[in-house]
Design a protein around this ligand. Structure first.
Ligand SMILES: C[S@@+](CC[C@H](N)C(=O)[O-])C[C@H]1O[C@@H](n2cnc3c(N)ncnc32)[C@H](O)[C@@H]1O
Length: 226
């Protein structure tokens, strides 16, 4: 897939984000890119997972911000993370390196990692970037957390469907969770229809709610599977 060249825009917490040249949407909230990513994916997802080794799927690698914050959290908390990210429109390396997070050499390492090959970024963080369309991507791994970070349901309705959520549910570990910034009614209904138990949590700055959708354990003995 060919790399795209999104524009860089400031957000209210001082951190930059990107604007997609085709969809016209920003990759994170203009109320604060880092604030939103920390709230939805790190606090709502990673920090609620008790496992010492976590396998994460991200829908939409984009700017690499969610991946980078996850790497930092893994380093700080002393856990290991295997991070698989699917991205249909990879960002060109020069744009990525112009983002301010790029002051951290590990942020550049995430972007320079080859596509389609698991790469050890640090001993605690293994990244596999897949340049594929999420709708068609074949998956066989089981994930403890799914960061569902597609563009908004009104912009990309084809990605917020019961069908796609069923596919992700099948790859979610019992007790694992999908987290996303959208708490739209149609999204919650599609997640429930796919089998998830859906909870609304307080949203990131500028948003009332976000969603955390958990794959129920079949029975108590599943609690001891991992
Ligand atoms: C809201 S942005 C999130 C970006 C990212 N999580 C980050 O930390 O910057 C949505 C991302 O999903 C990607 N995307 C859109 N449609 C996709 C598809 N069908 N399959 C995979 N990725 C897609 C976009 O290119 C973009 O990178």
């Amino acid at each position: 897939m060919q790399a795209i060249h999104p524009a860089i825009e400031p957000t209210e917490d001082g951190s930059p984000t990107l604007r997609h040249p085709v969809f016209g949407e920003t990759y994170h909230s203009l109320h604060g890119a880092v604030a939103e990513a920390r709230h939805v994916f790190i606090a709502g997802g990673l920090k609620r997972c008790p496992l010492p080794h976590v396998h994460i799927l991200e829908a939409g690698f984009g700017s690499g911000l969610n991946a980078w914050l996850t790497l930092r959290e893994a380093e700080e908390s002393g856990r290991t993370v295997w991070y698989t990210a699917v991205e249909a429109y990879p960002v060109d390396i020069r744009t990525a390196e112009a983002l301010r997070y790029a002051d951290d050499p590990l942020f550049g390492a995430l972007h320079r990692a080859p596509w389609g090959e698991p790469t050890e970024i640090t001993p605690r963080f293994r990244l596999e970037k897949r340049a594929e369309d999420l709708v068609f991507a074949r998956m066989d791994a089981i994930f403890d957390i799914i960061y569902f970070d597609a563009f908004a349901p009104d912009t990309q309705p084809e990605l917020w469907t019961e069908g796609l959520f069923r596919k992700l549910f099948a790859q979610t570990a019992p007790g694992g969770a999908l987290v996303t910034y959208s708490a739209k009614g149609t999204v919650k209904r599609a997640l429930r229809a796919a089998g998830y138990e859906v909870t609304r949590l307080p949203g990131a700055p500028g948003k009332r709610h976000m969603v955390r959708a958990v794959r129920p354990r079949k029975n108590e003995s599943d609690a001891n599977l991992k």
